[in-house]
Design a protein around this ligand. Sequence first.
Ligand code: NI
Length: 431
Amino acid sequence: MEILLKDISIITMNEADEIIEKGYLVISGDKIKEIGEGDAPGGSFDKIIEGGNKLAMPGFINTHTHAAMTLLRGYADDLPLMEWLQTKIWPLEEKLTEEHIYWGTMLAIAEMIKSGTTTFADMYFCMDEVAKAVEKTGMRAVLSRGMVGIGLQSELALKQSEELIKTWHNGADGRITFMLGPHAPYTCPPNYLKKVIALAEKTGVGIHIHVAETKTEFEDIKKQYGKTPVEHLESLGLFNYKVLAAHCVHLTENDMEIMNKHNVGVAHNPESNMKLASGIAPVPQMLKKGITVALGTDGASSNNNLDMLQEMRTCALLHKVNTMDPTVLPAYEALKIATANGAKVLGLEKKIGKLETGKKADIIILDLDAPHIMPRYDLVANVVYAAQAGDVNTVIIDGKIVMENREIKTFDEKEVLDKAARIGWQLVKGY
Ligand code: NI
């Protein structure tokens, strides 16, 4: 299958930061075959997408979420993190079945595709169901079975992780990869994290973990181990593996140096951190140290959506006001955080995150014919500060069109909405 995108504007996110005002892009199979300025090459194509006033760019990479939690959207709001988890989220999660996980994930994927996300990193349970949803929908995902190191499920979680990796790692034509998902330093004691490390050594996959999300966590870990959460994880040897650290709100200078030294990737979740009043991650300082910071929405119950355009805008604005410096995180840097940096922290930088020859064709096309993104002096500023999810017209993942003219092609969106609404209501309301 060869697809031609012609007469189209392109933000490549490549090393040269190239932005093409009018150009073309050829997709062959699952990869980008050709990209350039000016007129499209001749030849016959299976499909031609006319650009006109449209923009092609890499799909967004949501590096931290709990997809099935879309079923809990609007169920418990406006509470502090620990109270929210202990009195609301964890008790309800006890009741979640495989059916909830599957349809909750399908709802999440529908929302993500419709807002331009082409890859997501998920941490949850019943991950077979999540993988099935990813396989069906044509999404790309990096999955991890969330593991809590205390209680009856802890050993089972390790065993299940290993089995999931055997079954699904590099599955769905390579669109699914796996990581290990120890939940956090405060829910996984050192002896458990050592077992996680042994499994990382055995399986060769990376580790996705929540780190230093709240001040309470920071202080408790310090009291318990005499170290910050980052120092604690380093001392256990966790950072000798590829680590994706979600949140990283409460960090010291030394923590950032440790993270940079070990190439720890960060999933920054500004909206979740704002909503739970966890704090503001020191993103400009982390970037200055050389740490790769990417973007995530976290679960829909602490956000309350999975819209990366909104998240990116929040990210760009939050750090400006927090530092009282409007130059601190320019639009292009925010876009990089939401795309190319995401690929890097997930270990997928050779495959995705940029539009260039040989990369996988994970491309979104935005329709620029709308009052809120006119005029078009600066495409990057328009995308970061003005675009909305509804502007995402077409989504291509792994060379396959999964949404065209806002219609999802790989599954029945209406069925997903109906089913998720029904089982969500039963779960929360009990009837
Ligand atoms: Ni999370």
